[in-house]
Ligand binder design. Sequence first.
Ligand SMILES: [Zn+2]
Length: 272
Amino acid sequence: MIRVTWTGAAGLRFETDKEVILIDPYYTRVGIFDTLFKRIAPDPAAIAAALPAPEKVAAIVVGHTHSDHALDVPWIAARSACKVVGSHSLETLMSLGGLPGRTRVCAGGETVSLTESARVTMIRSAHGLVTLGKGVPFDGEIRATSTLPMKASGYRVGTVFAPLLDLDGRRFLHVGSANFDEAHLRGQSCDVLFLCVPGWKRREGYPRRLIEMTRPSTVVLFHYDNFSKPHVPGTETRRMPLMDMPGMIRAIQGLRPAVELRVPDIGEAMAF
Ligand SMILES: [Zn+2]
């Protein structure tokens, strides 16, 4: 059995009897004022509360290097011997955090072995068009001349991936931003598809085309939380405003053949 828990923003925790694998772990949940105006850093208390045993993490996979996907990664990686997989921009961030050479740098299309029973294929993807008329926020690469802590704007997007995690023979596709690259997705399929909600209307064919191409049996909606607010365990997830999640749910339910659709709260474990 594989337990998958949405941990806020685009974060997923995969657990089996043998291992813990994280994609885009982000527990610090920097407030909006600090995100806009201050240098930001991982919050050890928030991370420890969400991830009490970082030394048990076998691997961290990162889809892109915006702060809500990558801020906490060097902090966690420094406390475990885990593999780290991501972009050149992630390698730069890890180096700035004192961990040069720890990252398996991917350009897209690589399949990387994580553990005896897990591997990940780093499918090239694209970032959602979430800022009004301005395209991708913080485009480009994290600069090697930066120093930590840096402002959220320094966490540039880098190469964007949709990681396809194969764990014990089950395939989980992580789409952490509402966009996709049809050419790179061709020929890929999955059992469970995780879809970012905000920005879904700005990309023609999202999520319909993604679902048609990858043919999942289950679709899970995530990254719909207001991640600039704290999350109190056991309480309902605070949603981002103005994303028309009911419209996205209707669009998915209208597909043939129908897929199972799940909308978990933060911290709610799903068994696969
Ligand atoms: Zn992003």
